[in-house]
Design a protein around this ligand. Structure first.
Ligand SMILES: [Zn+2]
Length: 225
């Protein structure tokens, strides 16, 4: 029975001797960079593609390492298992708690501090949800996990019916978030300019039209920069 330390030494020797060392180093570094980029990125497309890219590069590094193993293969298998557990943990844990990171990132505050009807309205559409506002002159709203974020700019520019249309749109996303694939859950669902190819956006809009009105939704969209 060899100890973990023996395996580590053996592993380091195998990788060190191998012609694949530069490739493995490159893959690990590139994967970590992409993961750092993923944590910093702001748009859903950047987030999803950088996370998927980081995963693929790491799998490449593991496959390359595995092919260099001449002594014990145990450690690589253990590393691979650890990697699977950690990445699965991130994928399961992050969608549900990502909004907490967003609250800190945007320095967001509960909307009940400044507008009293919003939380009640949203909770009739999606239970146990919270609405936050953040300091930005640009009118925008997005949803993540169990939270909806609305900018000050939107609160100032939109009348109550338009705001309700936006909130209903985002509440639809909250209701359907856990039914979407995990990678999509990681992305933020925003109230953006109309893009007909986005089926989920269309469905969220239809819901908002039904809850509030088509006119309110249209005038809300017209106010987006
Ligand atoms: Zn949307």
């Amino acid at each position: 029975m060899s100890s973990i330390a023996d395996e580590l030494i053996c592993y380091a020797e195998c990788v060190n001797k191998s012609d694949l060392l530069p490739l493995i180093s490159f893959l690990v570094v590139a994967s970590l960079l992409l993961f750092a980029f993923y944590l910093k990125s702001k748009t859903p497309i950047q987030r999803v593609s950088s996370f998927a890219g980081a995963q693929l590069l790491m799998i490449g590094a593991i496959v390359a390492s595995f092919s260099t193993m001449e002594c014990s293969r145990m450690l690589t298998i253990e590393m691979y298992l650890a990697y699977v557990f950690i990445s699965t943990g991130i994928m399961l844990f992050l969608p549900g708690s990502y909004y907490k990171i967003l609250i800190r990132h945007h320095n967001a505050k509960p909307i009940s501090e400044i507008v009293d009807w919003v939380d009640d309205f949203v909770n009739t559409l999606s239970e146990d949800s919270n609405v936050y506002y953040f300091d930005s002159a640009i009118p925008k709203a997005f949803a993540s996990g169990k939270a909806i974020f609305v900018s000050i700019g939107m609160l100032e520019l939109f009348d109550e019916q338009e705001l309700k249309a936006v909130l209903a749109h985002e509440a639809w996303h909250l209701r359907h978030n856990n039914k979407t694939p995990i990678l999509r859950q990681l992305s933020l669902m925003t109230f953006t300019k109309f893009r007909p190819e986005q089926e989920l956006e269309l469905m969220a809009d239809r819901f908002a039209e039904k809850i509030v009105s088509k006119g309110a939704l249209e005038s809300a969209r017209a106010k987006l920069i």
